[in-house]
Design a binder for this molecule. Sequence first.
Ligand SMILES: Nc1ncnc2c1ncn2[C@@H]1O[C@H](COP(=O)(O)OP(=O)(O)OP(=O)(O)O)[C@@H](O)[C@H]1O
Length: 761
Amino acid sequence: MTAEAQPGWEARPDGEEAQPGWGARPQPGWGARPQPGWGARPDQAVDPLGALEWPAERLGDALEALATQSGLGPRAVAAPVPAAGHLRSADALGAWIDQAAAYLGVEAEPIAARYDEIGEALLRVAPALVWLRDGGAPRFLAVLGRRGRDLAALRADRSTARVPVEAIAGRICRPIEAQVLPEIERVLARAAVRPRRRARARRALLDERLGPVIIDGIWSLRLPPGAALARQAQAARIPRRLLGLLAAHAAAYTLWILVWMTVGRSILDDHLDEGWLVAGALLLATVVPLRQLMAWLSGLVAIDSSALVKQRLLSGALALDAEEVRSEGAGRFLGRVIESEAIEGLAMGGGVAAVASAFELAAAAAVLAQGAAGAIHALLLAAWAALVLALCVRFYRRRARWTAARLAMTHDLIERLVGHRTRLAQERHGRWHHGEDEALAQYLLRSRDIDRSQIEIGALMPRGWLIAGIAGLLPPFLAGTGSAGAYAVALGGVLLASRALQGLSGGLSSLASAAIAWEQVSTLFQAAARGGPPPPPLPPDAGRSPARARGQEAAEARAVVLEAHELSFRHKGRARPAVADVSVRIAAGDRILLEGPSGGGKSTLSALLSGLRAPDVGLLLLNGLDRHMLGAAAWRRRVAAAPQFHENHVLAGTFAYNLLMGRRWPPRPDDLAEAEEICHELGLGELLGRMPGGLEQVVGETGWQLSHGERSRLYMARALLQDAEVVVLDESFAALDPETLERALRCVLRRARTLVVIAHP
Ligand SMILES: Nc1ncnc2c1ncn2[C@@H]1O[C@H](COP(=O)(O)OP(=O)(O)OP(=O)(O)O)[C@@H](O)[C@H]1O
């Protein structure tokens, strides 16, 4: 390795001016990078990141410091400390970071990027933890933010330092580069590449060889989607930008009035003063950048708030209780999600327009008060604005009725789509379109009402004001009072007020629509906040690898895994409990067959055991912890369930995705290999062979159709691949022929650590 290839990055205090050496740093373009590879700097004596690295035992502190300094407001609790087991593999460490972040009240998202894109990825991930694993003890970097092409990293004393992104990318990539560099050096030597060109050639070869390699070990911190909306908006800097937007609007409007006054004064004084005209032109020129700033800020606010709403909706949808969706109908929820469009666009736009127009209205009233009709004219404007407000209230009521009619139609349509096949086969033809015309007529009626309201608010009121405002000038005109200047000011005020009223009516009607949409969507938003209590500070096995976990289980053979004491559960709206006073102990390695009559409560008990439902009464423990202590998500990770056929689903996606949705995604080669192995054991090998895409074949409603028996084995494989402590299979074997059943049973018995099978006698 040659010295000329090393740019010699150094950490320098944040904000410090570039030293001569820094200026000599190559510019970040890929082609211009003179270093041999991201991390290939074996001749470098001093590690540039040394002072910024956090040791593994202070990883919890790094997490907490990063969350605090980046404004995520972590919970005031002692930062957790990882155990040795947590640092054994990326998965174990990922699980620890995930849970430690949740404990502190933030979320850690694992980031993976291609080798040739790692630099760009690092510029986007802050605040983030970066794992440096180039030999020796694991060390971490706490990346706080981006400063141009540099990253601000947090030191252990919580001060920050700027580091070029290449230096960090270099450290991350060093281990994988080390694997191919000797061979690349040999090639370069054999090709007799001149020293001057060597660095570039090496770079190109490294990119060629390692380009598609995925680099992980980066965790980006953010607020959980269920955090308070105000906190999330704050973190996304939305309020600050909104204030900036309003300030820019106010400044532009004031400048506009000043321009108007300067030019108007020149004209009314009957001589064109060059100085006034230049002043007017300068003021006008200042409005241009202000308008640009406004467009930029409103774009940013729109994008950020839209991202926030979408994220929250997704998280809310997944936090909904399955029972809730079923009892209300998926169609209604779909309608609600569609309504969210209104919140994104209308709430922000309408809110800003309404506030800006209120400001404009006040300014117009002040101008009117200076005009020929004086305060009376301003009062007339106030009365007109009150009328607009009243019409907006009427619009709100009409729109609420229209929305309800629309949602009912969406719900109805979804129900008809879902039950399409059954209706075709079994419903009398004469009833297929029953009730459709009535619903449509009702909807049209409501639509006509809101169209009328919209015309009143959007067109009649602002234009009507022009007539009313000019009519307001009649009394002084007839009385012969007021100068020409006073009339000009009053006329200007009328025009300004008309513009403001147009903005106000548009803004208020948008806000009214957004408020109605909010009533619909708030269920989903609030569901996102159902995070429950903070998780406990990491159960002792969080860092165990599955293999080790299995080993320990063998040692703790026959330990009780699931324990239920006098468990009872009653479905909503039912008089009698489906499960009453059930007590059961399931030990590690048990194979349990649960039989009973139809409607006897087997599936309900299975949902309780697998954490899909919470018992009304009784105690249910998993490894000695209840659902509250362990958290619903952690419970479901440890008890994998394949619900009954009608409650399970093949998602539109690849076969591999459907198999591995309980594991990390994208999958690693060993995940895919294990998935394929289980498929063969379950007798799905022939299906894999038949599907042109194999594991990559798209299945689901719009893809390759699976038979009943194929689906049930896919569900079994999915549950087994979660590598859970307990597997619960609810009537999974019912659709299989005796030979396939035996084969599938053998696989399940061999693979499940502890097994509960529900079947009919
Ligand atoms: N979501 C629900 N809402 C209301 N009642 C329900 C619900 N699910 C099940 N039930 C009722 O609870 C009782 C037990 O149902 P469960 O599905 O647990 O029985 P099962 O033993 O699994 O029946 P099967 O063998 O027919 O699948 C039944 O009377 C059923 O009607």
